[in-house]
Design a protein around this ligand. Structure first.
Ligand SMILES: *[C@@H]1O[C@H](CO)[C@@H](O)[C@H](O)[C@H]1NC(C)=O
Ligand SMILES: *[C@@H]1O[C@H](CO)[C@@H](O)[C@H](O)[C@H]1NC(C)=O
Ligand SMILES: *[C@@H]1O[C@H](CO)[C@@H](O)[C@H](O)[C@H]1NC(C)=O
Ligand SMILES: *[C@@H]1O[C@H](CO)[C@@H](O)[C@H](O)[C@H]1NC(C)=O
Ligand SMILES: *[C@@H]1O[C@H](CO)[C@@H](O)[C@H](O)[C@H]1NC(C)=O
Ligand SMILES: *[C@@H]1O[C@H](CO)[C@@H](O)[C@H](O)[C@H]1NC(C)=O
Length: 333
């Protein structure tokens, strides 16, 4: 029963009632006395009479804990080598050759070159079928390093109890087991110990039509811009807040639609009122003619929302012209 007490002292004691039941069942069925020591969240376990083949060792770990250990860094290796007792046949860990690739069985991910920790001249597949991996604990040579071994050999199961739960890291990051706890490797756009914070972008001036799925002007917020009649957008009409905290582009501006510039008529004057810039939407221009000349065309033109004047610019014509068009006698002084 010592073993059960050890387990209950773990911070995850809520699951321990059931674990005790399973532990007892396993002990009865396998008729071995199970001993275990708990070290933070890392636990190792072994029958004092017999060790297990790799498969059985894995079953054992999965029955009572999470799995055979998945070693993540040199710090953990040093830790295990320090706290585990010497045991001649050594300890099984959670790596196995699957389709000729060394694979972490817990995550089903291939062992990367950087994570490898083989002993010298290993893996050598000596005697063939060395498809499982053991770790040398406190061995004179290559302590803490790995060796490929025949999976039928009997060794101690080196199990771990996971700290990560489905709710860890706010489901906004990868939960990474550490000794005694976990850390969160947050997905882009999130930060904080539990990835509880969302990256923010700068607030935009009022106007755009925005949706904020994760928070005000935050990662994945999207804003659509529109201009009033007579104005056109300069830039992109939609911005999105990126995981970097930058908008996908600078906010666009609304510039007044332009009409063709008008020239001062020959023998006349031009007087324009501009609201939004020279010869743009809503600009109004009035024409007048010099003494002795007469305007032919409208007095005022206005620049429309479509960028066109309301008519053609008038001409200032000489009186002679008027005279020729049937002016009564004496009308031209
Ligand atoms: C475990 O790690 C998480 C995430 O970093 C943290 O929020 C929590 O406080 C830690 N728990 C303990 C007991 O250290
Ligand atoms: C953010 O938006 C992208 C699409 O733009 C979507 O694929 C992703 O799931 C969103 N992320 C979150 C956390 O909502
Ligand atoms: C993102 O914003 C940072 C400042 O917060 C700036 O230094 C960086 O150049 C921006 N990146 C892009 C791609 O605009
Ligand atoms: C131009 O027109 C405005 C009103 O539309 C008027 O107040 C102003 O005196 C005019 N300027 C000239 C030089 O005629
Ligand atoms: C257009 O001009 C009129 C006067 O002619 C003014 O009252 C109105 O505010 C202007 N509209 C815009 C959008 O500039
Ligand atoms: C005004 O000009 C048009 C041509 O632009 C011409 O056909 C018309 O006769 C002119 N009207 C007068 C009164 O001079």
């Amino acid at each position: 029963m010592d073993s059960a007490v050890g387990l209950c002292s773990s911070p995850r004691a809520w699951g321990c009632g059931w674990n005790i039941v399973r532990l007892l069942c396993f002990a009865v069925i396998s008729l071995v006395l199970v001993t275990q020591v708990e070290v933070g969240a890392w636990t190792y376990h072994y029958g004092d009479k017999s060790d297990y083949s790799w498969e059985l060792a894995r079953n054992f770990c999965r029955s009572f804990y999470t799995d055979l250990v998945a070693i993540q860094n040199q710090g953990e290796i040093a830790y295990l080598n320090r706290v585990l007792p010497v045991h001649k046949p050594h300890y099984w860990i959670g790596i196995r050759k699957i389709n000729n690739v060394w694979t972490w069985v817990g995550t089903n991910k291939a062992l990367t070159k950087e994570a490898e920790n083989w002993a010298k001249r290993e893996p050598n597949n000596k005697g063939r079928n060395q498809d499982c991996v053991e770790i040398y604990i406190q061995r004179k040579q290559d302590a803490g390093r790995w060796n490929d071994e025949n999976c039928q050999r009997k060794k101690r199961a080196l199990c771990y109890q996971a700290s990560c739960q489905s709710s860890s890291c706010s489901q906004r990051g990868e939960c990474v087991e550490t000794i005694g706890n976990y850390t969160c490797d947050c997905y882009p756009g999130f930060y904080g110990p539990e990835c509880e914070h969302v990256v923010r972008c700068k607030n935009l001036d009022p106007g755009p039509d925005c949706s904020h799925p994760l928070g005000e002007f935050s990662y994945n917020s999207t804003c659509k811009f529109q201009c009033q009649e007579g104005f056109e957008l300069q830039g992109l009409d939609t911005l999105q807040c990126l995981a970097s905290g930058n908008w996908t582009a600078v906010a666009p501006e609304c510039a007044a639609v332009k009409c063709p510039a008008l020239a001062t008529p020959a023998r006349g004057r031009l007087n324009c009122t501009h609201w939004h810039g020279d010869f743009t939407y809503n600009s109004t221009c009035s024409f007048s003619c010099n003494m002795g000349f007469v305007r032919n065309g409208s007095e005022t033109l206005e620049c429309t929302a479509l960028g066109q004047w309301t008519g053609r610019p008038p001409l200032c014509e000489g009186r002679d012209t008027l005279l020729t068009v049937g002016c009564p006698v004496n009308c031209g002084v």
